[in-house]
Design a protein around this ligand. Structure first.
Ligand SMILES: Nc1ncnc2c1ncn2[C@@H]1O[C@H](COP(=O)(O)OP(=O)(O)OP(=O)(O)O)[C@@H](O)[C@H]1O
Length: 187
């Protein structure tokens, strides 16, 4: 894999008359945790949506793990994980069932699912609540489950859009500890 996980060059995006992203440039090295900071409306979510192929690139270049995004969008979708700002779990299903759906969507074999789902639940300290409907979870538990959904297929790059918004300081620290653990495990 390339030593550069993400390369963004001269990126622009407008919504009609609204300039959402204007000449954004940055590089993220492999094995690093990179934070994209800016005030509300600065264009962070729009940039993430372009890097995850959810919005077309209007002008500029994006490379993920050495692949050009515009030339290899399907390859890139297999290689990344994306935890969006909006809720991505089904509250009526259990934690285990939510992970099962994502494991199937990412094309994991039955054997891989049998190994990785319990392993992920354990790593995120959700094994005790795995059989409970997610609507009974706290905000921090839901956020950890959403991260779990996006690491089952071992992505090379994980995008997190405001992963700790709305969490209390203890839950926030727990989520960041898990993110740091994922980063160091991938070294
Ligand atoms: N689908 C859309 N249609 C029109 N305008 C949009 C759309 N999505 C975003 N915008 C506008 O683009 C700009 C950047 O929005 P974006 O959501 O990327 O910012 P952000 O930095 O993620 O903000 P926040 O911190 O509030 O999440 C804003 O002016 C927003 O109103």
């Amino acid at each position: 894999m390339s030593e550069i996980a993400i390369r963004v060059k001269n990126l622009y995006k407008t919504f009609g008359e609204i300039p959402a992203v204007q000449d954004v440039n940055f590089e993220v090295g492999r094995g690093t945790c990179f934070g994209l900071l800016g005030p509300n409306g600065a264009g962070k979510s729009t940039t993430i949506k372009m890097m995850t192929t959810l919005l077309p690139v209007q002008q500029g270049e994006i490379e993920i793990a050495g692949y050009s995004l515009t030339q290899n969008p399907f390859r890139i979708r297999e290689m990344i994980g994306y935890v969006p700002q909006a809720l991505s779990v089904d509250g009526n299903l259990t934690g285990y069932e939510n992970l099962l759906i994502f494991a199937k969507l990412y094309g994991l074999s039955k054997k891989e699912r049998a190994e990785r789902i319990p392993e992920t639940l354990q790593m995120l300290h959700l094994d005790d609540v795995a059989e409970r409907p997610v609507k009974t979870y706290s905000g921090g538990m839901i956020r950890r489950l959403e991260i779990g959904q996006e690491i089952l297929h071992r992505p090379q790059v994980l995008f997190l859009d405001e992963p700790t918004v709305g969490l209390d300081p203890v839950a926030r620290k727990a989520v960041w500890n898990h993110i740091e653990q994922l980063r160091s495990d991938s070294e």
